[in-house]
Design a protein around this ligand. Sequence first.
Ligand code: NAD
Length: 440
Amino acid sequence: MRIAMIGTGYVGLVSGACFADFGHRVCCVDKDARKIDGLNAGVMPIWEPGLEALVKANVERERLTFTTDLPAAVEGAEAVFIAVGTPTRRGDGHADLTFVFEAVRELAKVMKPGTVVVTKSTVPVGTGDQIEAILKEEGVTGVSVASNPEFLREGAAIADFKHPDRIVVGAQDPQAEEVLKEIYRPLFLNRAPILITGRRTAELTKYAANAFLAVKISFINEIADLCEAVDADVQDVARGIGLDNRIGPKFLHAGPGYGGSCFPKDTLALLKTADIAGVDQRIVRTTVQVNDDRKAAMVERVSRALGGEVRGKRIGVLGLAFKPNTDDMREAPSIPLIHGLIERGATVRAFDPVARQQAEQVLSGVEFAKDAYEAADGADALVIVTEWDEFRALDLDRISSSLRGKVLVDLRNVYDRGEVEAAGLVHYGIGRGSPKAAAD
Ligand code: NAD
């Protein structure tokens, strides 16, 4: 199959490289010339485990190419995937489809009958219908529009793409269904479940999945607050409920609130879709509020660990990316925390294994450390915000001797209180009994 992938970001680049690895011929397009120049020189625009080797191997086999020239990429392609960003629209919180529609209008100029246009971007219900209308307006005929939402997670994107829990295809005609089945054939051979459904259902499935996961995270975060009030341990509660097959153990890690490029914007867009449809979604609405409040509350949590005042204090922060194994800073909980601490008069020295460059673009007034120990050096408290593996086995004695205040605020429950205390530090986890008890 010949495939064009429009948008070469986290989703487009991984999907394009994986499709090429399945044996298809893929041309990835992006309007960002720097990105494409870099890729043509073997430089990855994002940090994702295994991506560089996968791209290199498929470029060498001449199955994967990169260009800014959309008409050239689309020429001869049987399927054109749209994987451009769909950020939150300013003003009303709905998904901003500007990039999607711009791409469709460009496509329309060069589209040949028989091609299948597939939205891989997360798009609200009815976007496929709107794309069809634009193509019609531009005089394009004989083209199918399908939906194939992507469920990969940054940090494990290649494994997720190659071993998905399921593939969802929303197709309105046999032509689109056949082309997508052919593209994903290597995964059917591996027995990956495929759900073929209507286009609108596929579009909504992606939002429902992300909203459900957001609800699950917010649920355990609220249970963590209750654990603190009644001196119970959320880690054990999560394990106790997660072993129930009906609940499952994933997404039950209490923390500073969810961030990233998907959950915050997708929950907002789902609410907007529901508003337009006149159907309230109270659970998701509350989840959004709970999560916003939680992220904002982290400053106060650090302040409490420091006796109620951060002014004049130096805080070391470990982890900036919204989760480990990515450099993505979009909606990262580290951002409101660090800005809040600085606004209250603290100084912050932070370290992240890979996200520094991205962090520099969104954080102001922060010093960057070269490693975790430098972030801790002379600080009144050390705060773990992102649970990178390298923060799981810190030399706590070394941390303790370089910290000025003996306070570890562990927003990801990386450590047990006992081992932290053994190093002479006070441990403030999330939902691990009363933090006051920790200080006493
Ligand atoms: P991204 O911002 O990393 O990449 C989007 C790319 O599209 C950018 O490089 C941009 O330059 C390019 N682009 C925009 N308009 C273009 C045009 N007209 N022609 C060519 N290129 C164009 O975004 P992303 O994180 O890859 O997300 C893309 C979509 O996938 C979004 O809808 C997102 O919700 C969805 N999604 C993301 C993830 C994730 O983990 N990042 C997972 C599943 C789904």
